[in-house]
Ligand binder design. Structure first.
Ligand code: KG4
Ligand code: ZN
Length: 372
């Protein structure tokens, strides 16, 4: 088998009547994920996280993440194969996150995937991480409905997508212009001395505070950004969390200057209310304006109780059905990459070959990389 045939093989043909068996590899941030799926059936989802190594810095350090992927890859692969009871030779295809993400981290997964494809002669797909988050939902509720939207909120992204077809028509409707939502949680937690990651602890403390005690700004919602229904303004569907972060920092300074104890629970509750309000309002409006009847929530911040309850309520009153996959499929993992790979095989999309590289800012409209 030459390098050319291994990578640039034709569309895989699973055994007669069988759904495609695909191995997925994810290393775009701090999770090393290897998943195995057959069509929309989840067989294994092994994940190793380097989060503990980043905790002392209050955020993901790319170099540390990349090194951790190198160490974690082989055991994670072995675990996934053992759990699924599958030999590498049996899979129909391999899929790997090619972007977006941290470049050094992506390179580890892509290099590993190419090595496996070369050694086994299996076709390889370099896929889009964000679209893979959407693909993960098929592992819980089966094939995805038409008129689908996705709200992805994590430490690395805050995006609203329109998904006409998972493999051929994905459009970015809005994204953050500065921090990701989870990143804002992590930074606010740091200001309050609450440790990393900040989301879970702020979520817990927010439940004990008064969300109305301090009102924090809702970024990019002033009329000049909102536009009218007929004439959408710039950043209508985009997010910004720098204003709310600065406001939280100022309010903490204010209490300290006055010699008062910082009301941490109220700060958390006010911050969470602002973040959940702006994310849910924009997501629901974007759905309405793009004829989206089903919304999928993904990313680590999908665990947030304030966001979930407000989104559920606002979707219900707008007649939008909301789907939230189990948390293990919301955070970064290899099964979501495998699920997208299986869909690509089923839809007859050509594999990427071995000539592709990583793309840290891969646009969401590129679902998988075409052969070079
Ligand atoms: O998807 P994820 O595991 O991976 C990365 O983006 O790397 O998301 C992690 C992010 C962190 O920023 C964390 O603070 C946030 O998700 N997060 C939460 C909650 N649980 C995790 N944010 C708000 N509320 C939560 N309950
Ligand atoms: Zn992600």
């Amino acid at each position: 088998m030459t390098q050319q045939t291994a990578g640039a093989a034709a569309v895989p043909t699973p055994q007669e009547g069988a759904e495609p068996l695909v191995l997925g590899i994810e290393t775009s941030c701090d999770e090393t994920g290897v998943g195995i799926v057959r069509g929309t059936e989840l067989l294994a989802n092994a994940v190793a996280s380097s989060m503990d190594q980043h905790a002392v810095f209050g955020g993901v350090i790319p170099e540390i993440a990349a090194r951790a992927h190198v160490e974690a890859f082989r055991p994670t692969l072995a675990e996934a194969l053992a759990t699924a009871g599958v030999e590498l030779d049996e899979v129909d295809a391999i899929a790997v996150t090619a972007g977006p993400g941290l470049n050094g981290a992506l390179m580890v997964g892509v290099a590993a995937a190419k090595a496996l494809a070369l050694a086994t002669g299996k076709p390889l797909y370099g896929v889009n991480h964000l679209v893979a988050h959407v693909g993960a939902a098929a592992l819980e509720g089966g094939h995805l409905p038409e008129g689908l939207g996705a709200l992805l909120v994590s430490g690395g992204h805050t995006e609203i997508l329109r998904v006409g077809s998972l493999t051929r028509d994905v459009e970015l409707l809005g994204s953050t212009i500065d921090d990701a939502a989870g990143e804002a949680y992590d930074k606010v937690a740091r200001m309050l001395g609450l440790g990393y990651p900040g989301g879970p602890v702020i979520d817990r403390l927010a439940a004990e505070g008064d969300p109305k005690a301090i009102r924090y700004p809702r970024g990019l919602t002033q009329p000049k950004f909102v536009g009218t229904a007929e004439e959408p303004g710039p950043h209508r569907n985009d997010f910004s969390f720098s204003g709310v972060k600065t406001a939280v920092s100022r309010s903490i300074e204010h209490f300290e200057r006055q010699g008062q104890e910082v009301p941490v629970e109220d700060v958390c509750a006010g911050f969470q209310a602002a973040v959940a309000d702006v994310i849910t309002a924009k997501a629901v409006r974007a759905c309405r304006e793009h004829g989206i009847g089903h919304l999928l929530l993904g990313g680590g911040v999908a665990a947030n109780s304030g966001l979930r309850s407000l989104l559920a309520a606002r979707c219900a009153s707008a007649g939008i059905s909301l789907r939230v996959p189990p948390f293990s499929l919301c955070t970064d993992n290899g099964a979501m990459v495998a699920a997208l790979g299986a869909r690509l095989v089923a839809d007859g999309v050509q594999p990427s070959g071995l000539g592709f590289g990583t793309d840290p800012s891969l646009p969401v409209s590129t679902v998988s990389l075409p052969p070079a």
